[in-house]
Design a protein around this ligand. Structure first.
Ligand SMILES: Nc1nc2c(ncn2[C@@H]2O[C@H](COP(=O)(O)OP(=O)(O)OP(=O)(O)O)[C@@H](O)[C@H]2O)c(=O)[nH]1
Ligand SMILES: [Mg+2]
Length: 281
């Protein structure tokens, strides 16, 4: 089954070669699609050279557009066009382990989930190498995102995810509001709202291997602006705290028995299939 991993890049020449090698080593059915915004450090040239001799490496070079959100969107559209059954997303800087796609795809193929999120904040998840400020930034962003949107995830800003093709065909990628990092939250929110099953799998997140972060004040303000726009566009959004029956339970994969639903047990067989009436408008 064809799995394409979308990797947005900006100035990742020092990292991209290694991450491509790691992705392709996980499984012969895995392809990598790098979406590069004409990085000044020549990231695209590194990828193009690898793609010339490896049919599983693809490059989408965006010469005139810049932005994490639109890069992810364009990557998803290109992966659909290339016929992927499963579409992954990860960063290029070594923070995410591509071997996780094995477990993630197993969950989807077992029909336990439609979207699997690599989560730093569920039991067993971890972050290595972050200072308190970086951690606080991520933690607060997740709390606010969850409060505003009702997305039932512990970690809705991490860029290691795997989608069943149908999810990305259903949500309208061309209508996304996000231009920046909020695309992760927005697509999670839209998938949940469309009635798909989102599940979290614990991961260890590593500090970037080399190069500079693109996360800064500009991205943080873009994220806040996105939340405001979403709230204005969907005034009926409610927080989980204020509408306990209105969202899906946070779902983690664990070998332990499933947690009871907050509003009582679901009928047999319905645990994983959210009713559309459970999804906030
Ligand atoms: N195409 C594209 N990719 C981007 C852009 N901004 C960031 N990226 C890529 O998106 C991924 C995540 O960006 P990072 O800079 O690592 O952001 P971060 O993980 O929040 O920050 P660090 O923890 O400091 O690494 C990396 O692979 C980047 O190269 C952009 O404007 N366009
Ligand atoms: Mg990073």
């Amino acid at each position: 089954m064809k799995l394409i991993v979308v990797i947005p890049t900006y100035n990742e020449a020092a990292n991209i070669g290694r991450i491509l090698t790691r992705i392709l080593a996980v499984d012969p059915a895995y392809h990598a699609l790098v979406v590069d915004d004409n990085s000044p450090d020549g990231t695209a040239a590194v990828v193009a050279q690898r793609a010339a001799s490896d049919a599983r490496i693809h490059l989408l070079l965006r010469r005139h557009e810049r932005g994490f959100g639109t890069a992810v969107r364009d990557g998803f559209l290109e992966a659909l066009r290339r016929g992927a059954a499963l579409i992954g997303q990860m960063d290029a800087d070594g923070s995410h382990d591509p071997a996780m796609f094995r477990d993630m795809s197993a969950r989807i193929l077992r029909d336990d989930a439609d979207v699997v999120i690599g989560s730093r904040y569920v039991g067993g998840g971890a972050i290595q190498g972050w200072g308190p400020l970086r951690y606080a930034n991520s933690h607060v962003a997740n709390r606010i995102a969850r409060w505003v949107t009702g997305v039932a995830l512990s970690d809705t800003t991490n860029g290691l995810r795997l989608f069943r093709r149908e999810v990305l065909e259903t949500i309208d990628l061309n209508a996304l509001l996000s231009r920046g990092y909020s695309v992760i939250l927005e697509t999670n929110y839209l998938a949940q709202r469309a009635g798909f099953r989102l599940r979290e799998l614990p991961i260890t997140f590593h500090r970037r291997a080399a190069g500079m972060s693109k996360m800064g004040l500009r991205e943080i303000s873009r994220f806040c602006l996105f939340l405001l726009r979403l709230r204005l566009q969907h005034p009926a959004l409610r927080s989980p705290e204020r509408s306990p029956g209105g969202i899906l339970p946070v779902a983690e994969f664990a070998d332990s028995p499933p947690q009871p639903h907050p509003s009582g047990p679901l009928p047999p067989g319905s645990r994983d299939k959210p009713r559309r009436s459970q999804i906030p408008a």
